[in-house]
Design a protein around this ligand. Structure first.
Ligand SMILES: Cc1ncc(C[n+]2csc(CCOP(=O)(O)OP(=O)(O)O)c2C)c(N)n1
Ligand SMILES: [Mg+2]
Length: 380
């Protein structure tokens, strides 16, 4: 059976849940005066961030198909949501990701090489190959490594926000989630605690209308995800997730509120997962791809580019130059990291105990004594 995945319209009588949008699908502004003032350099940086995600996704998914990396998850079609949210954060703020926010880590300063080293799990990878590919973490860019277990990051985000509040650190936590996370108990734990204790956290839900093969119509009977915020007693906002300026504005407003002691907000960014869930998935087996095609036409990058060109922030030629610069950067980072070897074998027994117990040292010695071909998938 093919499921449609289209969601019900928001309640017409609730202005807080109307879809906030600044840019029409053709890139024209609904009301230029309503758009927050953002410096041209910052707008250009936002476009670069979105293009970086698109180019990286294309190259890295291709590499997974060639067997050069083990796994990849794209954020195609969700670039506006990822970058709009990242751009609204300050340097002291933390981002606790769900599944598709790696582009935000890069936007916040994670180098392409460091990101790609994590995908290879090579010797340069700070996680020493212990995380699934596409799960970067960077203290410097204040981006927590992805938990993989859906929704567990939400109590973490609330806890981090409480810590920041107690320590008077003045930082806000962006706790990300997908629509699928709303069905997990950790969603309730994270949101309820945050609202009761007015934690400086913003919950940012990318409703891409699918959770692997579960469509929104099977995920919730609520008319929207945003409406769930009201049950917890927090502010709600619902934005067009393919409109980077609308996302930026909603997240900025929520972050400012949280920073000034106003407590949490829950934001639903409506978008669509136009690709497969991951390199391990084939959506043609469970969904109607003619709807996906309609969403591909609502491309967030094209919409933003048209707006920037019309406003003379950037020219089409400059965008082309930007794309080829990013392509070169990505190609060079892949070439450099692909040739780096695996982490040393002994790293598999390190970092857990302050002193390596004898039984682990013995096991390592046994593995090291095996002929190389018997080590199977273990690289030395
Ligand atoms: C607790 C838990 N249950 C199931 C899974 C398997 N799983 C991985 S991603 C995913 C769907 C997530 O959907 P959503 O939250 O909408 O995020 P999206 O993939 O759409 O970005 C599921 C069920 C998991 N990782 N953790
Ligand atoms: Mg989803």
């Amino acid at each position: 059976m093919r499921l449609s995945g289209e969601i019900l319209p928001p309640p017409p009588d609730d202005p807080a849940l109307a879809l906030k949008q600044f840019l029409r699908e053709d890139g024209t502004a609904l009301d230029e005066s309503a758009i927050p003032k953002i410096a041209n350099a910052e707008l250009g940086r936002m476009l670069r961030g979105m293009l970086t995600i698109r180019i990286m996704d294309e190259r890295l998914l291709g590499m997974q198909r060639q067997g050069r990396i083990g796994f990849y998850g794209e954020a195609r079609g969700q670039e506006a949501a990822v970058i709009g949210a990242a751009a609204a954060l300050g340097p002291k703020d933390w981002l606790v990701p769900a599944l598709r926010e790696a582009g935000a880590a890069i936007y916040r300063g994670l180098s392409l090489r460091t990101y790609i080293s994590q995908i290879f799990g090579n010797e340069n990878d700070v996680a020493k190959g212990r995380q699934l590919p596409c799960h970067p973490g960077t203290r410097a860019a204040r981006y927590v490594t992805m938990s993989s277990c859906i929704a567990t990051q939400l109590p973490h985000a609330t806890g981090m926000a409480m810590a920041a509040k107690i320590l008077k650190e003045d930082s806000v936590i962006l706790g990300c989630l997908g629509d699928g996370a709303s069905s997990e108990e950790d969603f309730h734990v994270g949101l309820n605690f945050a609202a009761v204790f007015r934690a400086p956290v913003v919950f940012f839900c990318q409703n891409n209308q699918w959770a692997i093969s579960t469509p929104t119509t099977r995920q919730t009977a609520s008319p929207t995800y945003a409406i769930k915020a009201y049950a917890y007693g927090m502010r709600a906002a619902r934005v067009d997730g393919n409109d980077v300026l609308a996302v930026y504005s909603a997240v900025k407003e929520a972050v400012d509120q949280a920073r000034s002691g106003g407590g949490p907000t829950f934001i639903e960014a409506l978008t669509y997962r136009v690709s497969a869930h991951s390199s391990s998935d084939d959506p043609t087996r469970y969904r109607d791809e003619s709807i996906t095609e309609k969403w591909r036409q609502k491309d967030p990058i094209e919409r933003f580019q048209k707006y920037l060109i019309a406003r003379k922030v950037i020219t089409a030629a400059t965008i082309e130059t930007m794309k080829s610069e990013i392509e070169t950067e990505v190609r060079e980072a892949i070439a450099a990291e692909e040739s780096v070897g695996a982490p040393p074998l002994r790293s598999i027994i390190e970092d857990v105990f302050a002193e390596v117990p004898q039984f682990l040292a013995d096991e390592l010695a046994e593995i090291e004594s095996l002929p190389r071909q018997k080590l199977g998938g273990v690289h030395q």
